[in-house]
Design a protein around this ligand. Sequence first.
Ligand SMILES: *Cc1c(COP(=O)(O)O)cnc(C)c1O
Length: 193
Amino acid sequence: MVAVSKTQGEAKLREALAAGQRVFGENRVQEAKAKWPALRADHPDIELRLIGPLQSNKAGEAVGLFDVIETVDRPKIARALGDEIRRQDRKVKLLIQVNTGAEPQKAGVLPDATDTFIAQCRDEFGLEIDGLMCIPPADEPPAPHFSLLRKIAERNNLNTLSMGMSGDYEIAAQLGATHVRVGTALFGARGAA
Ligand SMILES: *Cc1c(COP(=O)(O)O)cnc(C)c1O
């Protein structure tokens, strides 16, 4: 389970750490930079995952901060991450975000374009891709989206599937999720201290 700690303050994070949680997801580079270095100094075994959109001018910071970046979704970002991973000599796992619902406002590669993008990441940018991530449309049953993500992963020999949130992580787990991203069900409403 990825504990989605965006907007949560240090007290909540320390509680989760005391309970043994070590895998956390943040959706903003700046917020993660403000919150995590001090906590990591106390807990070197933390795994930090970027689950929000990434701009290419933040690629360097993201590579320095995160162990896993789940939101690779376009060539410009893939190229920037490849350059930074080599420059900083960091091991960062990468997932490709797929826009399974083809929603115009949502980040992610379209399902039909995903095979080609995975190949491009490998062949052109020298990246090792670990798996796929999706956020299904809020107003649709999530199961078909989880199944589609799994199908795309299987035909590309990818083993990591990040799918499912507070409202649907059980369905996602049944459909093969290796990582569920749970925020409110774990921490309570965001913003509450
Ligand atoms: C906020 C967020 C979550 C967690 O959502 P909850 O409904 O609070 O569990 C999961 N994934 C992503 C990408 C998010 O931005």
